[in-house]
Design a protein around this ligand. Structure first.
Ligand SMILES: [Zn+2]
Length: 102
């Protein structure tokens, strides 16, 4: 084998190696967390990819579950408070209007 041939062979080999490395690294990214790349959503707490049909939008981690439940609770309480506030504001007006009509 001549020197030029040897060099050419080595060059092609390294090119193939580079190609291979690129494809394997791409595969590694796709395979991460075993979630398909096309359709997925993210955990609302830690934002890791989760399946699209996960409802509510949280992963299986205990931390995220607890945080999500706490958030849900405080949101419910806040909306109740909002309705109570509106009622407290509207009831006297309604009573006045009804009193004026009678
Ligand atoms: Zn999470």
């Amino acid at each position: 084998m001549s020197r030029a041939e040897k060099i050419a062979k080595m060059a092609t080999r390294t090119a193939n190696q580079a190609k291979e490395a690129a494809t394997t690294s791409k595969k590694r990214i796709r395979g991460k967390n075993s979630v398909s790349f096309e359709s997925h959503k993210h955990c609302v707490i830690c934002s890791i990819p989760i399946p699209i049909n996960n409802e509510p939008s949280i992963c299986n981690k205990q931390d995220c579950d607890a945080t999500q439940k706490r958030k849900e609770k405080s949101r419910k309480r806040l909306s109740i408070l909002l309705y109570v506030g509106v009622a407290v504001f509207l009831v006297p007006i309604l009573i006045q209007v009804v009193g004026a009509l009678i």
